[in-house]
Design a protein around this ligand. Structure first.
Ligand code: ADP
Length: 334
């Protein structure tokens, strides 16, 4: 029997790369952001100088990295990629900055997690295209100013509120990415199905889109899972029935909530009587990092009308109680 050929088909992470939109035209949805960005880029191209620094904020999987790549592609320049947690020492950032060529795009993912010294170095770099490199230690230390090439910083964050004021102020353009509506996700899915060669039927696309938490990355992932099911247990076509059956195997519920979403709602309702409860308490109850609950899970639960953020803590809405099959108390909002 022939062994499985590992080179026969691209691995899953390569699939995600191949599904990335390459141009603003291919980028589905986020119409306001696209229109604004188009103006920023066209203006800069006409003037022949790098555009203002761009901050992209929003939950994971909404297309921030894709947009950063598109910005560099539309400008015809190189993209350098790093992330806040990787820039622990100012020296890491200094070497990155001094290697930039004129007009390059520097993408810093999770920029709200950048360490303080690197952040301070970034101020000067963003404003004056200069860094001060400190040489030596103690009283003999001197700082040598170093010119860097004019560049465009694209920062991405799941928590724009966690950015310091001075950093936020240095971005000339901030885009808030919104969750996608099902119609937009259907377009994302149709495009992905075309690239992957999946026989995606309209009612199947509709069902997957509706249950993708408003997030293109999740839509594409569910499409790959439903395709597995369609090929193994059916005739390969992704129909409504196949999508429904597959999504129940993968624990995606009627509203598209996943295990963690449901765990959070369950804890909120069953352990804390519907709240209010602080996010760290809630995170401990579900065994997750508070930042994951806050940045990955909550935005969609709020958007879906299941959870409300109040000054005293998180509260389950009436819809959340009913979604868990329980009668909400009269005090529950919504
Ligand atoms: P983020 O950086 O916000 O976490 P990504 O840019 O990595 O999100 O997007 C994740 C995946 O979702 C991409 O690989 C791409 O397949 C898909 N995707 C995201 N936004 C769009 C979009 N607007 N149109 C089409 N596909 C998208």
């Amino acid at each position: 029997e022939a062994p499985l050929d590992p080179y026969a088909a691209p691995a899953e992470h390569d699939l995600e790369t191949s599904l990335r939109p390459r141009t603003l035209g291919e980028f589905v949805g986020q119409q306001r952001v696209r229109e604004q960005l188009e103006l920023v880029l066209t203006g800069a191209l006409r003037r022949g100088s790098p555009p203002d620094h761009v901050l992209l904020s929003g939950p994971p999987g909404l297309g921030k990295t894709s947009l950063a790549m598109i910005i560099a592609a539309e400008l015809g320049t190189a993209l350098r990629v790093t992330s806040g947690p990787a820039l622990e020492r100012a020296g890491d950032l200094a070497s990155m900055l001094s290697n930039l060529a004129e007009g390059d795009v520097l993408f810093i993912d999770e920029i709200h997690r950048i360490a303080r010294p690197a952040e301070e170095m970034l101020y000067l770099a963003m404003e004056d295209f200069r860094v001060d490199v400190v040489v030596g230690k103690g009283p003999g230390a001197t700082s040598i100013p170093l010119e860097i090439a004019p560049f465009t910083l694209v920062g991405a964050t799941t928590r724009s509120g966690a950015l310091t004021g001075p950093l936020r102020d240095r971005f000339g353009f901030t885009a808030h990415m919104e969750f996608y509506v099902p119609g937009e996700l259907e377009r994302v899915l149709r495009r992905a199905a075309g690239i992957l060669g999946v026989d995606l039927r309209p009612d199947g696309a509709h069902e997957i889109a509706r249950r993708s938490r408003g997030t293109p990355r999740i839509a594409n992932r569910l499409l790959r899972r439903v395709r597995d099911y369609a090929e193994v247990r059916a005739d390969g076509a992704v129909t409504l029935e196949v999508a429904r059956a597959a999504l129940s195997v993968y624990d995606v519920d009627e509203l598209g909530l996943d295990r963690l979403d449901r765990a959070v709602l369950n804890a909120l309702v069953r352990s804390f009587g519907g709240g209010p409860v602080g996010v760290s308490t809630l995170a401990v109850a579900v065994g997750e990092e508070p930042s994951t609950v806050e940045e990955v899970c909550e935005p969609y639960l709020v958007r879906a009308g299941m959870l409300a953020r109040t000054p005293r803590g998180r509260v389950a809405t009436g819809a959340a109680w009913r979604h868990l099959g329980m009668e909400p108390p009269p005090t529950a909002p919504g």
